[in-house]
Design a protein around this ligand. Structure first.
Ligand code: ATP
Ligand code: MG
Length: 435
């Protein structure tokens, strides 16, 4: 027997039953990004491996363990993008989008990371990201966060997410703190877990967000990065907090939040939820003032964030477990007899011209009227339009409202008007995502 071929581990199919929810969430987010003045950018799924190494940092988990790398036919190192910022910056530099102008860009698409697949963590996952170039903040940092808060509110999940913010200061701040931290960790080397031992010289700052309770207890007794902030970074952070207070966006200052990518500085933030088990971050971001220059562009500041679409969808689903996502059929067309079937093919086109906003499906596959009605019921169609030989001869058709069983015969000339009136008079409940 032929062995069936399955999808690659950690890569998901989004099936038609789920797609309306994805489309709904994507439309809401795209609309909000538009409202805030962001323009969409689409960049390739693959880039040179160097780009990610330089942008994300050699000693990060993403670069060390999670990238899909391969050589193309000429031996050039290629990587499936693990995140969207690096490609976005590369494209902006390449097309001179950053000279003497600010840019607000957004993107959506699949990212690839070789991680252990589990609920909310996949090897191909979608991000919707937004990046602002050319503004120092902290006012724009605040607006970016306020914009994400609006996304949660419109999706109805705002009571299920919390904002965590922190400042990791300038590169200088981190260099100074790095020495202090390594010193303190060395004194406690026996108490470090294996992960932290591995990171102590390569990326000690990352130890701060260790999830291991014994590591957290150890770190509780050590001075925090936030205590070592330089004045400018401290002012930036204080002002961001003030602006968030002013906007009524509540937050928790998490002094351990450092993020896993090296390009961040000053502001870092995460939106987290308790409803999804351990994969609780649905959106993460921060400031990255050094990255554009590091990748060969002008010396301009930037701030951005990315939403994990699958996790967001899981959360929307957990908050609205009964939501109906399949768009129902508005009008199901049935016919009996060869002559009626032939007429229906062209009549269906006429109806689609007249009623472009509705889902109109023609029945195929034969069967008598009662079998065809059964099919309409199974599809939860709202109206059925039937053509028999007599109706064709009289230029008429029969319309039945499946919600109340009322049916009437009307001239084909009046069919579109009658259908529209019936569809716009009945509440369109089944088509709504939220009841
Ligand atoms: P995590 O804490 O889950 O490892 P991260 O810090 O690696 O996330 P970022 O690189 O900042 O995450 O990506 C932004 C968002 O993308 C995350 O908050 C999350 O919602 C989503 N995300 C990241 N990795 C995955 C993944 N493997 N599968 C699904 N979503 C992901
Ligand atoms: Mg990760």
């Amino acid at each position: 027997m032929t062995k069936t071929i399955k999808a690659i581990r950690g890569m998901n199919d989004v099936l038609p039953t789920d797609i309306s929810l994805y489309q709904h969430v994507e439309t809401v987010l795209a609309q909000i990004l538009f409202n805030y003045g962001f323009n969409e950018i689409r960049t390739p799924l693959i880039e040179c491996t160097h780009l990610f190494k330089r942008a994300i940092g050699e000693d990060t988990d993403i670069i060390n363990r999670e990238m899909y790398n391969f050589n193309d036919r000429h031996g050039e190192g290629i990587t499936l993008r693990p995140e969207g910022t690096a490609g976005c910056v590369r494209a902006g530099i390449e097309h001179s989008l950053f000279y003497n102008q600010e840019q607000r860009l957004w993107y959506m698409g699949p990212m690839f990371r070789y991680e252990r697949p589990q609920k909310g963590r996949y090897r191909q996952f979608y991000q919707i990201g937004s990046e602002v170039f050319g503004l120092k903040g902290p006012d724009i940092d605040a607006e970016l966060i306020i914009m994400t808060a609006r996304c949660w509110k419109i999706l109805g999940i705002d009571n299920h997410v919390q904002l965590e913010i922190n400042s990791i200061g300038s590169i200088e701040t981190r260099k100074n703190y790095h020495h202090i931290l390594v010193n303190m960790l060395e004194k406690n080397i026996k108490k470090l877990d294996n992960d932290s031992k591995r990171r102590i010289y390569s990326n000690p700052i990352r130890i701060l967000d260790s999830k291991n309770p014994s590591m957290q207890a150890l770190l509780d007794d050590m001075p925090s990065l936030i205590d070592y902030l330089d004045n400018a970074s401290r002012e930036h952070f204080t002002e961001l907090c003030r602006l968030l207070d002013l906007a009524g966006v509540s937050y928790h200052i998490n002094q351990r939040l450092v993020r896993g990518l090296d390009y961040y500085n000053n502001t870092v933030f995460e939106w987290i939820t308790n409803s999804l088990g351990s994969q609780g971050a649905i959106c993460a971001g921060g400031r990255y003032d050094y990255l554009v220059k590091l990748l060969g562009g002008p010396d301009i500041p930037a701030v951005g964030c990315a939403i994990g679409l699958e996790r967001l969808i899981l959360l929307v689903r957990s908050v609205f477990p009964l939501l109906k996502t399949q768009k129902v059929v508005d009008i199901y067309l049935i016919s009996s007899g060869q002559c009626a079937k032939n007429s229906m093919l062209t009549f269906a086109e006429y109806l689609r011209n007249q009623l472009p906003e509705f889902k109109i499906m023609n029945h195929f596959g034969g069967g008598n009227f009662s079998a065809q009605f059964a099919r309409a019921n199974k599809l939860a169609a709202r109206l059925v339009l039937a053509l028999g030989e007599n109706e064709v001869a009289d230029h008429q058709c029969t319309i039945k409202d499946l919600s109340n069983g009322i049916q009437k015969t009307v001239s084909q000339y009046h069919a579109a008007g009658t259908l529209r009136a019936l569809l716009t008079n009945t509440p369109e409940k089944k088509n709504k995502i939220y009841d």
